[in-house]
Write a protein that binds this ligand. Structure first.
Ligand SMILES: Nc1ncnc2c1ncn2[C@@H]1O[C@H](COP(=O)(O)OP(=O)(O)OP(=O)(O)O)[C@@H](O)[C@H]1O
Length: 598
């Protein structure tokens, strides 16, 4: 049985309509540029094809030495030469305008598609990111948006040119001689059918090659995102060899598409160039009794019109290729546009004055993609304002999951999380999260300057306030040692910062943000003992007066906490202060003893 070609669907009516719909959205967003582009494309194609008519008139007047009446005037060959020259200049101006407006529209469309994708991507819940390859997502946003816009241009311009020249030239042929025109038309239709059949194979091969290239792009992006793993493993050569292997597969597919493209082009070229010859032979054969001067006019007229029809024919595969690329890119973009976020964020959600109480009420949680694995079987607890809580327990019991729920990465499928009695789902997300500060083990640094990274916590703060926060977090003196100070560019993962410096940067961010709730997810566990002690001081200062929920592996860091929640597979197994729990013969004591051995 023939293997189903999945990307075939890219050319289905449904995908075609999806492309039309998406392009329609872009047109709606930028109607002026689009309609200017469309206007110039149409006028340009009409002017281009009518050059053939002027040439025809010019040759006729030259041959017969008789003027030809056009509208109200008689034009001789000098008049037709001047008209032809002016017409050609007009065509050049129109070409310029067409290219400008069509390219501008393509770039606007690209921006539209990209921003639409970005809007969806930032609004998706974290489940999307845990399921989807980031490289593939980036490839869709970057490549498919610009390819779709260019393909739309390629399709539209070539289709309009093709249709205009085919219609005008066919009409011209029929006005000259119906018999010859009819035979040429049949020849022409047969050619279009054969081109279409060849194109189906070509289309398959380009889609396969393009799909593969996109997967390779995505793969390379993902590998480079993990450059630290490559560097620390010394696997640079392995990565290069791996990329070579992937490209070998791409080469095979790309070769096939090049072969089909060449066959298509050669076929179209060969049979197209036969057309004027056939038209001349037909004219001579059918009108063999005609006067030689009239016959030569007929021959010139037919061959000129046929050459123009050829142009229309030669660009038809380009228009079809544009449509294929377009529907294929739109199909991929629609994976992003049509993906549904599992979390609904209320636009008109409630705004609270202060967070006095965080209540987990009969919370049962499992991750959306694995409903069989219950992570939190029953979590029932109230976190009170200003107190420090620590979550401890063995790896995988769900400590970080609780932090993720408070950050609204996920919603609970059963039970409720209430913030001052209001379900967290009903709160205005941006307002609620402005009250939450999050410090994790490997802090996220954005590409940009140190100052950009500091102010990201609170855009209303000034640079002076950011420097003050940096001083409090004991980061300032280090920043001053950098040649560009606060304008130093940090890589996405803050490459020029040590682990401790990154933590200080995040602490400075939190000082600027001044959140009511502080979530510390193993904030110091990646640091060595000396740096941890220094950072701990800053963190202790930060915690003052804030409701703090800390996930801790090093139990020595949570001695002064108000309450420690010990988690196990069943839920909360013990609650108490450090000393209370240590004196009990329970799970915490075991954990503590184990940590002391370490
Ligand atoms: N996005 C996800 N989809 C499915 N399962 C997940 C997801 N994230 C985490 N898990 C699973 O949920 C469980 C709890 O994870 P969590 O990170 O909350 O544990 P933890 O107690 O913080 O562990 P550790 O101390 O090792 O960080 C783990 O078994 C983990 O495999």
């Amino acid at each position: 049985m023939r293997k189903k070609f999945v990307s075939d669907k890219a050319f289905s009516k449904k995908k075609f309509l999806a492309s039309v719909r998406l392009m329609g959205e872009g047109i709606k967003a930028y109607p002026l540029i689009f309609f200017c582009a469309l206007f110039f494309i149409i006028v340009d194609s009409i002017v281009f094809t009518s050059i053939a008519i002027i040439v025809n008139k010019l040759i006729t007047t030259l041959q017969t030495n008789q003027p030809i009446r056009f509208l109200f005037w008689d034009f001789n060959y000098i008049d037709w030469s001047i008209i032809g020259g002016c017409w050609y200049l007009f065509y050049i101006v129109l070409e310029f305008l067409t290219n400008i407006f069509a390219s501008l529209f393509a770039r606007k469309m690209e921006i539209y598609l990209r921003l639409k994708a970005l809007k969806h991507l930032v609004e998706f819940d974290m489940n999307y990111y845990s399921k989807n390859q980031i490289g593939l997502t980036m490839s869709r946003v970057i490549n498919d948006s610009s390819n779709a816009a260019d393909a739309f241009n390629e399709f539209l311009i070539n289709l309009i040119y093709s249709i205009t020249s085919l219609i005008t030239m066919t009409t011209l042929l029929f006005t000259i001689d119906v018999t010859v025109a009819s035979i040429i038309l049949v020849y022409f239709i047969v050619m279009i059918v054969v081109i279409w059949i060849l194109f189906i194979y070509y289309r398959r091969s380009i889609i396969i090659a393009f799909d593969l290239r996109q997967k390779i792009d995505a793969d390379i992006t993902d590998r480079l995102i993990s450059i630290r793993v490559i560097k620390s493993s010394g696997t640079e050569n392995y990565e290069v060899d791996r990329a070579k292997e992937l490209h070998k597969k791409y080469w095979v597919k790309a070769k096939t598409s090049v072969v089909y493209q060449t066959i298509l082009n050669v076929f179209v070229g060969l049979f197209s160039w036969f057309m004027p010859i056939i038209s001349i032979l037909l004219v001579v054969w059918i009108h063999n009794d005609m006067e030689s001067s009239k016959l030569s006019i007929l021959i010139v007229s037919f061959s000129t019109a046929c050459y123009n029809m050829l142009y229309g024919l030669l660009i038809l595969p380009t228009a079809m290729r544009g449509l294929t690329r377009l529907s294929n890119c739109v199909m991929r973009l629609n994976y992003i546009y049509n993906a549904k976020s599992l979390i609904e964020f209320k636009v008109d959600g409630e705004v609270i004055e202060k967070v006095n109480k965080i209540e987990f009420k009969n919370v049962k949680f499992w991750y959306p993609d694995d409903s069989k694995k219950i992570i939190l079987p029953n979590f029932d607890f109230v976190f009170e304002k200003g107190k420090r809580y620590a979550l401890v327990g063995q790896s995988g019991v769900g400590k970080s999951t609780i932090a993720r729920l408070l950050l609204r990465y996920y919603d609970v499928p059963s039970g409720e999380i209430l913030i001052d009695g209001i379900n967290i789902k009903d709160l205005k997300k941006a307002d609620y999260l402005s009250r939450v500060g999050y410090v994790e083990q490997d802090p996220q640094i954005l590409y940009g300057t140190i100052m950009d990274n500091l102010l990201y916590a609170n855009f209303t703060k000034t640079k002076l306030e950011a420097i003050e926060a940096s001083k409090k977090a004991k980061l300032h003196s280090f920043v001053l040692t950098l040649p560009d100070g606060y304008n130093t560019i940090l890589g996405e993962r803050g490459f020029i910062f040590s682990g401790g410096q990154k933590q200080r940067l995040v602490i400075a961010r939190m000082i600027l943000k001044n959140p009511e709730i502080l979530i510390l997810d193993e904030a110091t566990s990646a640091l060595d003992n000396i740096v941890e002690k220094e950072i701990k001081k800053e963190l202790d200062n930060l915690m003052v007066g804030r409701t703090t929920i800390a996930i801790a592996h090093r139990l020595s860091t949570i001695k002064e906490f108000d309450q420690i929640l010990v988690l196990d597979e069943e839920g909360i197994s013990e609650v108490g202060t450090f000393n209370e729990l240590k004196s009990k013969n329970g799970r915490f004591k075991k954990l503590y003893e184990l940590s002391q051995i370490k």
